[in-house]
Design a protein around this ligand. Structure first.
Ligand code: SF4
Length: 237
């Protein structure tokens, strides 16, 4: 399985090249972006980040606690779910200010597993958001096993219906300690998921993984529209 994950990465890396995520200037901005992109496209999260930056609210976690809730919600409207996201951002800010006086360097000195558990205790921070924060803002070798990644791995025949945690552990085992590769893997999987491996009607003919994919070969899960000759490249066929 680990070799199969690496072959998928190599195929995407060779075809697409580096994706260069995450385009934020500061770790705190990355953390805010990880919350803002929940349930919406990144471009909408960027519009919210621009509003926050224009209001000079991205320099320090405490700034989001000083602004009124109404004002914060107004800035978050382009991303949708603005009330929920305002509450979640303030919860994250409060968490960092209360425990580390808003000092991200002190927060990022906490060991990865412990920091992950602490992040998961914050209102609105689920596994995917926590892992994005750890991978991009804290630069820890943690994988993001989002829905795109799990679908692609399953269709390629690497995994069955694995849950989030099992998939995360598999990816981390494939690239132990390799922060940059785990970042690129996440970005590449999102790109394939959006451009080709859609939930309905995947575009296998345009996909860099077609020659590695059981679903495309007709030997694995058969998503709508996937047809192809029977072969099993990932397993050496
Ligand atoms: S070949 Fe098709 S099913 Fe396989 S990963 Fe690509 S788009 Fe998805």
């Amino acid at each position: 399985m680990l070799g199969e994950v690496r072959r998928i990465f190599e195929a995407l890396w060779t075809g697409y090249g580096p994706q260069g995520w995450w385009p934020a200037e500061h770790p705190w901005e990355m953390m805010v972006g990880a919350v803002l992109t929940q349930g919406t496209a990144w471009r909408n999260a960027v519009r919210c980040l621009e509003n926050l930056s224009a209001g000079r609210l991205l320099d320090h976690p405490a700034q989001l606690l000083d602004v009124s809730v109404h004002c914060l919600e107004e800035m978050l409207k382009p991303g949708g779910f603005w009330r929920v996201k305002a509450r979640r951002l303030r919860a994250l800010s409060r968490f960092i200010v209360d425990r580390w006086e808003g000092d991200l360097d002190r927060m990022f000195a906490v060991p990865t597993a412990l920091l992950r558990r602490k992040l998961l205790s914050v209102d609105g921070i689920g596994p995917e958001t926590a892992d994005c924060i750890l991978l991009y803002a804290a630069r820890r070798p943690v994988a993001v096993a989002d829905a795109y990644t799990r679908r692609i791995l399953q269709r390629c025949g690497v995994t069955g219906e694995l849950g989030y945690e099992a998939t995360r552990r598999l990816l981390e085992a494939a690239f132990p300690g390799e922060v940059e590769k785990l970042q690129e893997l996440h970005a590449l999987m999102v790109r394939v998921g959006k451009e080709c491996c859609r939930k309905r009607r995947p575009r296998c003919g345009a996909c860099l993984l077609e020659s590695l994919c059981e679903a495309a070969a007709g030997t694995g899960p058969s998503p709508g529209g996937v047809r192809g000759p029977r072969r099993n490249c990932l397993r050496g066929g």
